[in-house]
Write a new protein. Structure first.
Length: 364
């Protein structure tokens, strides 16, 4: 019989993770990605223990990612605008409690490792085919028409009222800024948040501390440029960003002043969907459950989705040799039930509502 054909729309974290989990000698897997995966503006990304153990241990990418400078997060710290430490959560016990660490990566490094793991012939299963610059029906995670086809209705992610600038800065430049160093040492792997009035900075290192990632959160009404219709690859205006944070003290502006280019996107949220599947189609990742950065689980949940795909489709061809629509549909429904319905629906709604509250910066 011919190989079981699987098409994955989108070559981001979720798509590549799914390709890795589904990879098998009897399968013909194609990943369609609309971009050329050219170098984008960098970003810091972290995986909580639930996902880092899958990526680093189960998929065997720990050594590869450490070679690229992945870092174990030591603490989460919150500072006020005066540079005073307000709260500190030490993460030294995370590994012993959850079986893995919270790990920070340069997003490009994590993406590259997943891409190589999916397409390399050096791993079990038939290598995945990755097609770039592919024109497909649907590849927009947050506003896609494929989701409408699955749900039978429009379900668009809506603006949260916040936009985010992101940037990566050479740590050597920040180390020269003594006023910033007196508050935060960018070489240490500690996630730092600076809260000032209705804006905040979220920061942390990557690549063994050689680069420092910054996300600057701004209420939409304070924006000096429009963030509507932005995507992950949209460039922001550095000058307008600096204007938005011009009343921050100099020490807190140092990372922004050091940035050469910035990315900009509007943060959007998605209410829990009634289903993720229809026929042979299954939504995963942001297409199924777009999350806000404050939840720290966007990439992690995509990895868990992928692990579920691999588990439920294990030996699928042997169990269902005819690969009928009803068998595929039942398997997809089982995945959805495992990933969503086994948790009380109200927990999902409460988590979403809580995330919307947490994302809004407090006013000092």
């Amino acid at each position: 019989m011919s190989p079981f054909k699987i098409i994955i729309v989108g070559g981001g974290i979720a798509g590549l993770a799914a390709a890795i989990a589904l990879r098998d000698d009897e399968r013909d897997i194609t990943v369609l990605e609309q971009s050329s995966i050219s170098q984008e503006i960098g970003a810091l990304i972290s995986l909580q223990p639930n996902a880092s153990k899958i990526v680093e241990d189960q998929w065997g990418l720990g050594s590869r990612l450490r070679e690229q400078g992945s870092m174990i997060d030591e603490a989460f710290e919150i500072y006020n605008i005066k540079g005073e430490l307000q709260s500190q959560i030490l993460l030294s016990a995370v590994s012993s409690k959850y079986g893995a660490d919270r790990v920070c990566y340069h997003r490009a490094d994590l993406h590259q490792a997943l891409r190589e793991r999916a397409t390399s012939p050096d791993y079990p299963g038939r290598p995945v085919e990755l097609r770039l610059s592919s024109r497909v029906l649907d590849c927009d995670c947050e506003n896609g028409t494929l989701r409408k086809a699955v749900l039978g209705e429009d379900m668009e992610a809506r603006p949260t009222g916040l936009s985010a600038y992101r940037m990566m800065i050479p740590t050597d430049e920040l180390v020269k800024e003594t006023d910033f160093m007196q508050v935060i040492d960018p070489r240490k792997c500690r996630t730092a948040m600076v809260i000032g009035q209705d804006r905040r900075l979220v920061m942390g290192p990557a690549r063994n501390g050689s680069v420092y990632g910054v996300v600057a959160l701004v209420p939409d009404e304070r924006m000096n440029e429009s963030s509507k219709d932005t995507s992950w690859t949209t460039k922001g205006d550095r000058g307008k960003m600096l204007d938005t944070f011009s009343n921050f003290p100099t020490w807190a502006q140092r990372p922004l002043l050091s940035a050469k280019e910035v990315g900009l996107w509007q943060l959007r949220d998605l209410d829990p969907l009634s289903t993720w599947c229809r026929g042979r189609v299954l939504l995963i990742g942001d297409a199924a459950h777009a999350m806000l950065p404050t939840q720290g689980q966007g990439a992690g949940q995509a990895v868990e989705d992928a692990e579920a795909l691999g588990a439920f489709y294990k030996d699928f061809e042997k169990r269902h040799p005819d690969r009928s629509l009803s068998d595929v549909r039942k398997t997809n429904e089982d995945i959805f039930n495992c990933r969503y319905e086994r948790l009380p629906r109200y927990k999902c709604i409460v988590a979403k509502q809580r995330s919307r509250v947490q994302i809004r910066p407090k006013t000092e």
